[in-house]
Design a protein around this ligand. Structure first.
Ligand code: GDP
Length: 178
């Protein structure tokens, strides 16, 4: 029996809380609700013969980041980085989140640590706005080691299970390494 800690990072409003709520509770809320402080949800799942418990930590955006401190990052087995496919800025900021995680989690071999990249809100199309392409996301991943890449919609429950399952599998493999 394993307890795996997965943390979810990304700008405010990209849908981190919505992804976690959809995955764990099968619920989606339209109205905007800022995450209050750091919080986690748990979900049990089977991976092969193993029963694992995912502890998924979600945070609000950048502005609350400093108050979370080391405890938020400590012992993380996988990190999910989320951007909004309709908001290029949220994709650009991933660099910051990626570096911050590496620093705060004190990773010695960052290219070996499991990251999952999620481009969320694929159900939306904001007309004239230039959206972040899947190709850009793949390039982002390939120059930073072995990062898995998913396009999701928390609203329509598209690819949400697959993303978290992938994170869980990577986290388990990472834990077994130690
Ligand atoms: P967080 O700040 O990253 O945790 O973002 P939230 O989960 O609070 O979501 C911000 C807003 O985006 C909320 O109004 C959600 O209802 C909305 N949202 C989240 N995911 C999706 C999605 O996949 N599609 C659409 N259309 N809206 C979404």
């Amino acid at each position: 029996r394993s307890l795996l800690k997965v943390i979810v990072l990304g700008d405010c409003g990209v849908g981190k809380t919505s992804l976690v709520n959809q995955y764990v509770f099968k619920k989606f809320r339209e109205q905007y609700k800022a995450t209050i402080g750091a919080d986690f949800a748990t979900k049990e799942l089977e991976i092969g013969e193993r029963v694992v418990t995912l502890q998924i930590w979600d945070t609000a955006g950048q502005e609350r980041f400093h108050s979370l401190g080391v405890a938020f990052y400590r012992g993380a087995d996988c990190c999910i980085l989320v951007y909004d496919v309709n908001v290029p800025k949220s994709f650009e900021t991933l660099q910051h989140w990626h570096e911050e995680f590496i620093k705060q989690a004190d990773l010695t071999e960052p290219e070996k640590f499991p990251f999952v990249l999620i481009g969320n809100k694929v159900d939306l199309e904001y007309g004239s706005t230039e959206i972040v392409s899947e190709k850009q996301a793949k390039e982002w991943c390939s120059c930073r080691g072995n990062i898995q890449n998913f396009m999701t919609s928390a609203k329509e429950d598209y690819n949400v299970d697959a993303s978290f399952l992938c994170a869980a599998q990577l986290a388990l493999a990472n834990e077994d390494d130690h």
